[in-house]
Design a protein around this ligand. Structure first.
Ligand code: PEP
Length: 255
Protein backbone atom coordinates (compact mmCIF):
# COMPACT_ATOMS: atom_id res chain seq x y z
CA UNK A 1 0.00 0.00 0.00
CA UNK A 2 1.55 3.30 -1.08
CA UNK A 3 1.46 6.47 0.98
CA UNK A 4 -1.21 9.02 0.15
CA UNK A 5 0.43 12.44 -0.07
CA UNK A 6 -0.66 16.02 -0.67
CA UNK A 7 1.99 18.71 -1.10
CA UNK A 8 1.19 22.43 -1.06
CA UNK A 9 3.62 24.47 -3.17
CA UNK A 10 3.25 28.10 -2.16
CA UNK A 11 5.72 29.32 -4.82
CA UNK A 12 6.71 32.99 -4.35
CA UNK A 13 3.72 34.00 -2.23
CA UNK A 14 2.91 35.23 1.27
CA UNK A 15 4.70 37.63 3.60
CA UNK A 16 6.25 36.07 6.69
CA UNK A 17 3.22 36.76 8.88
CA UNK A 18 0.72 35.74 6.20
CA UNK A 19 2.54 32.45 5.75
CA UNK A 20 2.47 31.56 9.44
CA UNK A 21 -1.20 32.55 9.59
CA UNK A 22 -1.96 30.25 6.64
CA UNK A 23 -0.30 27.35 8.43
CA UNK A 24 -2.45 27.98 11.51
CA UNK A 25 -5.55 28.12 9.29
CA UNK A 26 -4.68 24.84 7.56
CA UNK A 27 -4.11 23.10 10.90
CA UNK A 28 -7.39 24.50 12.22
CA UNK A 29 -9.28 23.50 9.10
CA UNK A 30 -8.04 19.92 9.42
CA UNK A 31 -8.75 19.63 13.16
CA UNK A 32 -12.20 18.15 12.68
CA UNK A 33 -11.23 16.06 9.60
CA UNK A 34 -7.56 15.25 10.17
CA UNK A 35 -7.15 12.79 7.26
CA UNK A 36 -4.73 10.74 9.35
CA UNK A 37 -3.99 8.46 6.40
CA UNK A 38 -2.61 11.36 4.32
CA UNK A 39 0.90 12.77 4.57
CA UNK A 40 0.56 16.55 4.33
CA UNK A 41 3.63 18.41 3.14
CA UNK A 42 3.80 22.18 3.04
CA UNK A 43 6.39 23.80 0.77
CA UNK A 44 6.49 27.47 1.68
CA UNK A 45 9.20 29.90 0.56
CA UNK A 46 12.66 29.73 2.14
CA UNK A 47 11.60 32.74 4.20
CA UNK A 48 9.02 30.65 6.06
CA UNK A 49 10.72 27.28 6.09
CA UNK A 50 12.34 27.22 9.54
CA UNK A 51 9.34 28.73 11.31
CA UNK A 52 6.91 26.47 9.44
CA UNK A 53 8.98 23.39 10.29
CA UNK A 54 9.03 24.39 13.96
CA UNK A 55 5.29 24.97 14.01
CA UNK A 56 4.45 21.66 12.33
CA UNK A 57 7.01 19.33 13.82
CA UNK A 58 4.88 18.30 16.80
CA UNK A 59 1.80 17.70 14.65
CA UNK A 60 1.25 14.19 13.37
CA UNK A 61 1.09 13.81 9.60
CA UNK A 62 2.58 17.19 8.69
CA UNK A 63 5.96 17.77 7.06
CA UNK A 64 7.68 20.64 5.32
CA UNK A 65 9.55 20.90 2.02
CA UNK A 66 11.78 23.45 0.35
CA UNK A 67 10.85 24.40 -3.21
CA UNK A 68 14.40 24.08 -4.52
CA UNK A 69 17.99 23.55 -3.42
CA UNK A 70 21.40 24.32 -4.88
CA UNK A 71 23.37 21.49 -6.44
CA UNK A 72 26.63 22.23 -4.59
CA UNK A 73 27.25 21.59 -0.88
CA UNK A 74 28.13 25.14 0.21
CA UNK A 75 30.26 28.12 -0.70
CA UNK A 76 30.26 31.47 -2.49
CA UNK A 77 26.89 31.25 -4.26
CA UNK A 78 25.15 34.45 -3.29
CA UNK A 79 21.41 34.11 -2.92
CA UNK A 80 21.38 30.32 -3.00
CA UNK A 81 20.35 27.76 -0.38
CA UNK A 82 22.16 24.47 0.19
CA UNK A 83 20.51 21.13 0.93
CA UNK A 84 22.26 20.95 4.31
CA UNK A 85 20.85 24.38 5.23
CA UNK A 86 17.35 23.15 4.33
CA UNK A 87 17.82 20.04 6.46
CA UNK A 88 18.95 22.23 9.36
CA UNK A 89 15.52 23.91 9.45
CA UNK A 90 13.84 20.58 10.20
CA UNK A 91 12.42 20.19 6.68
CA UNK A 92 12.68 16.63 5.36
CA UNK A 93 11.64 17.16 1.73
CA UNK A 94 12.66 19.27 -1.25
CA UNK A 95 10.91 19.85 -4.57
CA UNK A 96 13.36 19.36 -7.44
CA UNK A 97 12.79 20.06 -11.12
CA UNK A 98 9.55 22.01 -10.93
CA UNK A 99 8.69 23.15 -14.45
CA UNK A 100 9.04 26.79 -13.39
CA UNK A 101 12.65 26.06 -12.38
CA UNK A 102 13.23 24.26 -15.68
CA UNK A 103 11.61 27.03 -17.72
CA UNK A 104 12.59 30.28 -15.99
CA UNK A 105 15.93 29.24 -14.49
CA UNK A 106 17.21 26.96 -17.24
CA UNK A 107 17.50 23.89 -15.01
CA UNK A 108 18.18 20.86 -17.18
CA UNK A 109 18.12 17.16 -16.36
CA UNK A 110 21.88 16.98 -15.74
CA UNK A 111 21.70 19.75 -13.15
CA UNK A 112 18.60 18.22 -11.57
CA UNK A 113 20.41 14.89 -11.24
CA UNK A 114 23.04 16.70 -9.15
CA UNK A 115 20.34 18.32 -7.02
CA UNK A 116 18.77 14.92 -6.39
CA UNK A 117 22.16 13.58 -5.28
CA UNK A 118 22.86 16.39 -2.85
CA UNK A 119 19.33 16.23 -1.44
CA UNK A 120 19.63 12.49 -0.77
CA UNK A 121 23.09 12.94 0.71
CA UNK A 122 21.52 15.32 3.22
CA UNK A 123 18.64 12.97 4.01
CA UNK A 124 16.09 15.09 2.22
CA UNK A 125 13.44 13.29 0.19
CA UNK A 126 13.33 14.73 -3.33
CA UNK A 127 9.88 15.40 -4.75
CA UNK A 128 11.01 15.14 -8.35
CA UNK A 129 8.79 16.90 -10.89
CA UNK A 130 8.49 15.93 -14.53
CA UNK A 131 5.98 16.49 -17.29
CA UNK A 132 5.59 17.34 -20.92
CA UNK A 133 4.80 20.76 -22.38
CA UNK A 134 1.89 21.49 -24.71
CA UNK A 135 3.88 21.11 -27.91
CA UNK A 136 5.08 17.69 -26.82
CA UNK A 137 1.55 16.62 -25.87
CA UNK A 138 0.12 17.87 -29.18
CA UNK A 139 2.87 16.13 -31.14
CA UNK A 140 2.16 12.93 -29.17
CA UNK A 141 5.71 13.10 -27.82
CA UNK A 142 4.60 13.25 -24.16
CA UNK A 143 5.67 9.71 -23.24
CA UNK A 144 9.11 10.20 -24.77
CA UNK A 145 9.53 13.58 -23.07
CA UNK A 146 8.75 12.17 -19.64
CA UNK A 147 10.89 9.09 -20.23
CA UNK A 148 13.86 11.32 -21.01
CA UNK A 149 13.36 13.33 -17.82
CA UNK A 150 13.21 10.11 -15.81
CA UNK A 151 16.28 8.70 -17.50
CA UNK A 152 18.50 11.77 -17.36
CA UNK A 153 17.35 13.06 -13.99
CA UNK A 154 17.01 9.85 -11.99
CA UNK A 155 18.30 6.69 -13.60
CA UNK A 156 21.83 7.18 -12.28
CA UNK A 157 20.48 6.34 -8.81
CA UNK A 158 20.95 2.97 -7.15
CA UNK A 159 17.75 1.06 -6.47
CA UNK A 160 18.07 1.87 -2.77
CA UNK A 161 18.29 5.61 -3.46
CA UNK A 162 15.56 5.55 -6.09
CA UNK A 163 13.20 3.98 -3.58
CA UNK A 164 13.52 7.12 -1.40
CA UNK A 165 11.92 9.40 -4.03
CA UNK A 166 8.50 10.91 -4.52
CA UNK A 167 7.68 11.67 -8.16
CA UNK A 168 5.26 14.37 -9.27
CA UNK A 169 3.82 14.24 -12.78
CA UNK A 170 2.95 17.80 -13.73
CA UNK A 171 1.96 18.41 -17.35
CA UNK A 172 3.30 21.92 -17.96
CA UNK A 173 0.14 22.89 -19.86
CA UNK A 174 -1.93 22.23 -16.73
CA UNK A 175 0.14 24.20 -14.20
CA UNK A 176 -1.60 27.38 -13.13
CA UNK A 177 -3.77 27.36 -16.25
CA UNK A 178 -7.05 26.06 -14.87
CA UNK A 179 -6.82 23.23 -17.41
CA UNK A 180 -6.53 19.89 -15.63
CA UNK A 181 -5.40 16.62 -17.18
CA UNK A 182 -8.34 14.31 -17.75
CA UNK A 183 -8.57 11.20 -15.62
CA UNK A 184 -7.57 9.22 -18.68
CA UNK A 185 -4.50 11.42 -19.32
CA UNK A 186 -3.41 11.44 -15.67
CA UNK A 187 -3.88 7.72 -15.05
CA UNK A 188 -2.34 6.91 -18.45
CA UNK A 189 0.84 8.84 -17.69
CA UNK A 190 1.12 7.66 -14.08
CA UNK A 191 0.79 4.08 -15.25
CA UNK A 192 3.41 4.71 -17.92
CA UNK A 193 5.85 6.21 -15.39
CA UNK A 194 5.34 3.26 -13.06
CA UNK A 195 5.87 0.77 -15.87
CA UNK A 196 9.09 2.54 -16.93
CA UNK A 197 10.35 2.43 -13.34
CA UNK A 198 9.41 -1.24 -13.28
CA UNK A 199 11.55 -1.86 -16.37
CA UNK A 200 14.55 -0.14 -14.85
CA UNK A 201 14.28 -1.00 -11.13
CA UNK A 202 11.76 -3.86 -10.91
CA UNK A 203 8.36 -4.29 -9.37
CA UNK A 204 9.36 -4.10 -5.70
CA UNK A 205 10.42 -0.50 -6.29
CA UNK A 206 7.91 0.60 -8.93
CA UNK A 207 5.04 -0.53 -6.74
CA UNK A 208 6.09 1.57 -3.74
CA UNK A 209 7.08 4.87 -5.38
CA UNK A 210 4.43 7.54 -4.75
CA UNK A 211 3.52 9.36 -7.97
CA UNK A 212 1.62 12.60 -7.38
CA UNK A 213 -0.40 14.55 -9.95
CA UNK A 214 0.05 18.32 -10.25
CA UNK A 215 -1.63 20.85 -12.53
CA UNK A 216 -4.73 22.85 -11.62
CA UNK A 217 -5.79 20.24 -9.09
CA UNK A 218 -8.47 21.74 -6.85
CA UNK A 219 -11.17 20.91 -4.33
CA UNK A 220 -13.59 20.06 -7.16
CA UNK A 221 -11.46 17.70 -9.24
CA UNK A 222 -9.16 16.14 -6.60
CA UNK A 223 -11.54 13.32 -5.73
CA UNK A 224 -11.66 11.81 -9.20
CA UNK A 225 -7.94 12.34 -9.81
CA UNK A 226 -7.00 10.70 -6.50
CA UNK A 227 -9.30 7.78 -7.25
CA UNK A 228 -7.04 6.76 -10.18
CA UNK A 229 -5.16 3.63 -9.27
CA UNK A 230 -1.68 5.03 -9.99
CA UNK A 231 -2.29 8.54 -8.61
CA UNK A 232 -1.07 8.68 -5.02
CA UNK A 233 -1.97 12.28 -4.29
CA UNK A 234 -1.28 15.76 -5.53
CA UNK A 235 1.23 18.58 -5.80
CA UNK A 236 -0.96 21.62 -5.39
CA UNK A 237 -0.05 25.19 -6.34
CA UNK A 238 -2.77 27.84 -6.37
CA UNK A 239 -5.29 25.90 -4.29
CA UNK A 240 -2.75 25.36 -1.49
CA UNK A 241 -2.89 29.07 -0.67
CA UNK A 242 -6.43 28.82 0.68
CA UNK A 243 -6.77 26.75 3.84
CA UNK A 244 -10.35 25.64 3.11
CA UNK A 245 -9.47 24.42 -0.39
CA UNK A 246 -6.23 22.76 0.66
CA UNK A 247 -7.98 20.92 3.50
CA UNK A 248 -10.75 19.81 1.12
CA UNK A 249 -8.14 18.43 -1.30
CA UNK A 250 -6.46 16.55 1.55
CA UNK A 251 -9.82 15.04 2.40
CA UNK A 252 -10.49 13.95 -1.18
CA UNK A 253 -9.10 10.42 -0.97
CA UNK A 254 -11.63 7.66 -0.92
CA UNK A 255 -10.79 5.04 1.70
C1 PEP B 1 2.45 23.55 -9.18
O1 PEP B 1 2.97 24.63 -9.20
O2 PEP B 1 3.14 22.55 -8.87
C2 PEP B 1 1.05 23.43 -9.52
C3 PEP B 1 0.54 22.23 -9.71
O3 PEP B 1 0.35 24.59 -9.63
P1 PEP B 1 -1.25 24.74 -9.81
O4 PEP B 1 -1.89 23.78 -8.84
O5 PEP B 1 -1.53 26.15 -9.47
O6 PEP B 1 -1.56 24.37 -11.21
Amino acid sequence: MRKKIVVGNWKMNKSFDEGLKLIDEIVKELASQPADNVLKIIAPSFLHLAAASQKLKSLKGFETAAQNCHHIANGAYTGEIAAAMIASTGADYVIIGHSERRLYFGENNALLAQKVNIALANNLTPIFCLGENLEERNAKQHLEAVKQQLKEGLYHLTAADFSRLIIAYEPVWAIGTGVTASIHQAQGMHNYIRSEINKKYGKDISSIIPILYGGSCNAQNAKELFACIDVDGGLIGGASLKAVDFAAIINSFSE
